[in-house]
Each structure stands twice: as structure tokens, then as C-alpha cells.
Write a protein that binds this ligand. Structure first.
Ligand code: UDP
Length: 362
């Protein structure tokens, strides 16, 4: 029977483990943290408040294979993710859409802009904010400037330490402007939160006799003593190679959690704060699972280069160059697979990470 070692018990590592075990192969997972699920790790506190320890994670996908796969391990609730942005004391829906116009402006102005957007761009179409700034229509250009300044500029500066035009466009393209009344943050066919949380779903995935897991252990401390046929590494790419070609930049996040004596702190699960305060967003996790308790837990989320956990691989030229050097070097290793958000330095969503792992094990 083939023996596999998987470094990292995040979404990618756990999916790989489940798939390999389903092929009757042996799997040993080594995880540095004391928990599984990577940044999707969640739990319930002593008062049954739901908490996602590494910030808001909402499952969403258009991929039927991935949807069927996760449903084997958990039911999903029918939570549909929406996000509001705190702008000039008002809460505006984002991605910015036709409804947002009526929150941001008086009805007369909103009516006019709505007509212009529908005529110029077309109903149900979307445009990335950086593209909208260069639109030929002066009214749209002015609106784009408003959205850019009030929603994107300072949020992105806090999140990435750079202006929107200075980061890879694929990042801001994740939240385009929509000419529609659809308030959903993700336009995917399937979305929701596992009914008992992500961690429970992951536990079920790896509940097999041929999967063993070692937690709270740096793989470098034990790997020399292990015999294996293949190694799947899902940790930071630069760490694997002892930083030989330099460090890969990740944007880090830290969260300030607070428990409050109320059943509801804010109007929505996630509210973004582009302009006020130092944090980027406040998340109230009970709202993901429709929990109505006497207490509730929120987190205020901050970004930086040095504090907190590695959250977002930076998509810039410098990083891409270092990443390709490491990936080239990896070609010299037999039976090594570098895979996942950290190891490939890619901004994978949960479903993309699962898909990547499903395609790896066939
Ligand atoms: N963004 C922004 N303002 C917002 C929401 C998003 O400027 O209110 C930009 C920001 O640059 C962010 C990117 O859009 O990094 C992608 O946002 P997304 O919500 O996809 O990020 P995630 O949920 O993965 O943190």
C-alpha cells in the first residue's frame, strides 16, 4: 500500500487526504497548528456562539463536482452572503449595484444614474472598478470616482498597504460593480455554511482508519525519520526551501475578538469599514448560522506585513519571480507535490482549493 505524507491540514491537505485514503492508500498528515481546517477552522464557545478563528469564510461555488463532494461530509445551510460597507454613516450594499445607488444618493439622482448605467453598460452586466473609472460617460465616471474613493481606495490601502491601481487587478476584480438588483456578494449557484461548521465537516472527511494526523508539529522536526512514497506539501513555499531565494510576501491578518451581551451587534454578518477606523471589517459569526443567543461574538479585522497569520499571497512581480524560482527547484525533487494557497502562492477560494486537490488525486 502506498504511503503518503501530507504537510498541512488545511482545505487542500484534508481533501488530498480524503481522496488518497479513498483509493486505499495510507496517509499521514502533519500539521503545525493544534487544529485542522487551516484558516477555515471554526468552533462554538461555551455559550454556543459560533466563531471562525481566522476571519469570515463562506463556502461558494459554481462547480457541481465540488458541491457534490462537500455535501458528502456535511449539510449546508441556506445562508446567502451579503456585505455592507459603512460609508458616510450609511450602510451601502457591496458589490456596488443598482440598490446601492439608492442607499448612497437621493432617489432622483439614483433614478438618473440607474438609467444611465442600464443604457450604457446593460442590465446584469458587471464592470471592474478600475475599468469603470475610464468610462466615456461623464456621469458614470463621476460615479466610479465616488465608488473608488469611498469603497475601494482606503479599504485596499488598509488591506494591502497599497492603492487599488498598485495591486494585481485580479484582486479588486473580485468585487466588480454590478448593473443589477442582486445584493448577493457571491453570484455562485451554490453557497452556504456547513450546518455544524467547517471543522466538523473536515473531521468527517478524515475519519478513516488509513488517515493518521499529527498536530502541533513542525514537519521538519520529524520528516527525516519517516518513510513515504510521496509527499504533498501545502505549507509556505519559501519555508520548504529554507528561504533560499528569499521570503515570499504574504499579507497578514489579525483579529480582535469581543463577546457582547446582546443577541445582535450589527445589521449584517459582515460590515466593511473602508474609511473609518483602522480595521477593515467587523464580522458577527452567529449570523452565518442564524444563531440567536443572549450573547454574540464579533471580530474586528486588521491587516499588516508582520503581525498575525499569513492570509493573502501578494500577487506582484517580485513574488512571482521568487515563486517561479522555488517551483523550478521543486522539479528536481522526486515524488513531491507543492499544492494549495500557500505552497502555490495563489489566492484560491475554498472551492478552488478543493477542486485543485480533487484534480491532483485521480
Ligand atoms: N475591496 C475593497 N473594498 C471593499 C471590499 C473589497 O476595496 O469593501 C477590495 C480590496 O482590495 C480587497 C479586494 O477588493 O482586497 C477583494 O475583496 P474580497 O472581499 O474578495 O476579499 P476577501 O473576502 O478574500 O478578504
Amino acid at each position: 500500500m502506498k504511503n503518503n505524507v501530507i504537510i498541512g491540514a488545511g482545505v487542500t491537505g484534508l481533501t488530498l487526504a480524503e481522496r488518497l485514503a479513498a483509493k486505499d492508500e495510507n496517509v499521514l498528515i502533519i500539521e503545525k497548528r493544534s487544529t485542522i481546517g487551516g484558516n477555515c477552522y471554526d468552533y462554538f464557545d461555551e455559550d454556543n456562539n459560533y466563531i471562525q478563528l481566522y476571519g469570515p469564510h463562506i463556502f461558494h461555488t459554481d462547480d457541481e463536482e465540488v458541491w457534490n463532494y462537500v455535501n458528502k461530509f456535511s449539510e449546508f445551510n441556506n445562508y446567502i452572503h451579503k456585505v455592507y460597507c459603512h460609508v458616510d454613516g450609511k450602510l451601502i450594499n457591496i458589490p456596488f449595484n443598482l440598490n446601492s445607488l439608492y442607499k448612497a444618493f437621493d432617489n432622483l439622482k439614483a433614478d438618473k444614474l440607474k438609467e444611465i448605467l442600464i443604457n450604457e453598460i446593460g442590465i446584469n452586466n458587471k464592470v471592474p472598478i478600475l475599468k469603470l473609472l475610464n468610462h466615456k460617460n461623464d456621469f458614470i465616471k463621476e460615479l466610479a470616482k465616488f465608488i473608488y474613493e469611498k469603497i475601494f481606495l482606503y479599504y485596499t490601502m488598509k488591506q494591502w498597504g497599497k492603492k487599488p491601481e498598485e495591486i494585481d487587478q485580479s484582486v479588486t476584480d473580485r468585487v466588480p460593480v454590478f448593473v443589477s438588483m442582486d445584493d448577493r456578494y457571491f453570484k455562485c449557484r451554490w453557497q452556504g455554511i456547513p450546518k455544524n461548521g467547517f471543522t466538523k465537516m473536515f473531521e468527517k472527511m478524515i475519519d478513516r482508519p488509513n488517515i493518521k494526523i499529527i498536530l502541533s508539529t513542525d514537519y521538519k522536526d520529524i520528516i527525516k525519520n519517516l518513510k513515504y512514497d510521496k509527499i504533498y506539501y501545502t505549507g509556505p513555499l519559501d519555508y520548504f526551501f529554507d528561504y533560499e531565494y528569499g521570503k515570499i510576501k504574504y499579507r497578514r491578518i489579525w483579529l480582535d475578538f469581543e463577546k457582547l451581551n446582546t443577541n445582535s451587534y450589527q445589521e449584517n454578518s459582515v460590515i466593511n469599514y473602508p474609511n473609518d477606523f483602522k480595521f477593515t471589517r467587523i464580522t458577527e459569526y452567529n449570523k452565518f448560522l442564524f444563531i440567536n443567543n443572549k450573547t454574540t461574538v464579533i471580530s474586528r479585522e486588521y491587516s499588516s506585513w508582520d503581525k498575525g497569520f499569513e492570509a493573502y499571497p501578494v500577487q506582484d512581480e517580485e513574488n512571482k519571480e521568487i515563486v517561479s524560482k522555488y517551483l523550478n527547484k521543486a522539479k528536481n525533487y522526486d515524488n513531491l507535490v507543492l499544492i494549495g494557497r500557500l505552497a502555490e502562492c495563489k489566492y484560491y477560494d475554498i472551492d478552488q482549493a478543493i477542486k485543485r486537490a480533487l484534480e491532483e488525486v485521480i
